[in-house]
Design a protein. Structure first.
Length: 438
């Protein structure tokens, strides 16, 4: 599988981020529209933010009150400024700052009345804003009253007010929410996908030749667990088919061998050279059917049937069984072992068949008087045919035109045991080897 394919976490992250940003844009448009057309709320925000900025220039030290107009507001509240008015008084009426003369007295509340903490009056409806208002602040231990007014808002301060409100109450909270939602979602997805990731790793290790290989779905989410159950069911079905195939091939072998044996028995009563030729053909046919059914039956074996096998003891048993047949065919066989034991994991019956088939192939495809050597060592079975000294390798001719199906059976047995059938040549003949994993 290509590593360029995006992960599920990356896909979810992109989609969540897309819809979150889309939601923010929609909410931004709604909030902006609501604030922009709500003149009353916009006027209140203007007074609150403008007085807040003006209050930042007040400092109180040992009862001494000083005021310095913030740099961002110097141009707006010049003495000769047009469109903006501001006045700051202490609670006792002492003037701290003003950017107007008679205009302040005409538009702001008189200093001899009980001033509220917040007040606002629109001088003209609609936009641009034309209003007066004020707000009380406590700085240090003293109370200050800050009044502001705008006559047409020539510097479009209301836009800054609107953006400040959007940033403070919309963009910042939504950004924090987006980060938290993304983080929580990714963490949740990562935790939820842990069993799925473990199942994917287990799927890579599934052995189709092992009936015990299944995906564990106990901790998976329901949707993914359903897929794992389906995969396990498919493997169970494959195992069932393999068992059915074994039964079928065994039945075929039995049904074919019986009439072939009867035919050979009848031919034994006929005293004629042609009858002997037919008997030889029947022997080849019986051997071919046996090999064919053996090859088909191999598909029903699985790694769950593995057990500890001593290759030395097993090879000795196999050579002992096949030795009489080897000598009848004018060959000789020898077993050479490296050590007293050589333990591997495998299926004894199949390994015994592999050794016997290798020896039989060596006998059938070499000239008479050849010597067959079976070598067994740690994780290794090797069968070598040594041609007679009088026969050169270039002069040797096999008894058959091909190696038949026997080597296919051996190669399949090697594959079941996670090894490979290797063929090489030596000065005296051919070498077939099965090397097992250590």
């Amino acid at each position: 599988m290509s590593r360029n394919r995006p992960t599920l976490g990356a896909i979810l992250t992109k989609r969540i981020a897309f819809f979150a940003v889309l939601a923010m844009l929609v909410q931004l448009a709604v909030v902006t529209s609501d604030y922009y057309w709500n003149v009353g709320e916009l006027s209140r925000l203007y007074v609150e933010q403008e007085t807040q900025r003006l209050s930042e220039g007040i400092s109180v030290f040992n009862g001494d009150v000083r005021y310095e107009l913030p740099d961002t507001m110097r141009d707006r509240y010049r003495q000769d400024g047009d469109g903006y008015l501001a006045r700051i008084r202490a609670a006792d009426g002492t003037l701290v700052f003003e950017s107007c003369d008679a205009a302040c007295e005409d538009r702001f509340l008189p200093k001899d009345i009980d001033r509220p903490d917040f007040w606002l009056r629109s001088l003209k409806s609609g936009k641009p804003l034309t209003l007066v208002g004020g707000r009380a602040f406590v700085i240090g231990d003293e109370r200050f009253l800050i009044d502001v007014a705008t006559l047409g808002d020539p510097q479009d301060v209301v836009t800054k007010v609107l953006w400040n409100e959007i940033i403070e109450h919309l963009i910042v909270p939504m950004s924090i929410l987006l980060v938290l939602v993304l983080g929580a979602t990714l963490l949740s997805v990562r935790q939820a996908l842990k069993p799925v990731r473990a199942a994917a790793d287990a799927a890579d290790q599934i052995d189709p030749m092992d009936a015990r290989s299944h995906l564990k779905f106990d901790e998976m989410p329901r949707e993914v667990a359903h897929l794992a159950v389906a995969v396990n069911r498919a493997f169970d079905r494959v195992a069932e088919l393999m068992r059915s195939q074994k039964t079928l091939t065994s039945g075929i072998a039995h049904e074919i061998r019986t009439p072939l044996a009867a035919m050979k028995l009848e031919l034994g009563h006929i005293d004629h050279p042609r009858a002997r030729m037919v008997e030889a053909d029947l022997d080849d046919l019986v051997r071919f059917v046996s090999q064919l059914t053996t090859l088909a039956r191999l598909e029903s074996f699985d790694h769950g049937a593995f057990e500890i096998v001593d290759l030395v003891a097993l090879s000795a048993s196999a050579v002992e069984q096949v030795a009489p047949w080897v000598y009848e065919n004018q060959h000789s066989v020898e077993l050479i072992t490296a050590g007293e034991t050589a333990v591997v994991q495998g299926i004894p019956a199949l390994l015994r068949d592999a050794i016997r088939n290798l020896v039989e192939n060596a006998v059938r495809h070499t000239p008479d008087q050849s010597h067959i050597i079976v070598r067994v060592g740690p994780n290794l079975i090797e069968v070598q045919d040594c041609l007679p000294a009088a026969v050169g390798r270039s002069e040797a001719k096999p008894k058959a035109d091909s190696l038949g199906i026997g080597l296919k059976i051996i190669a399949r047995i090697a594959e079941i045991h996670r090894s490979e059938l290797q063929r090489s040549t030596s000065a005296t003949g051919s070498i077939f080897a099965m090397a097992f994993q250590s």
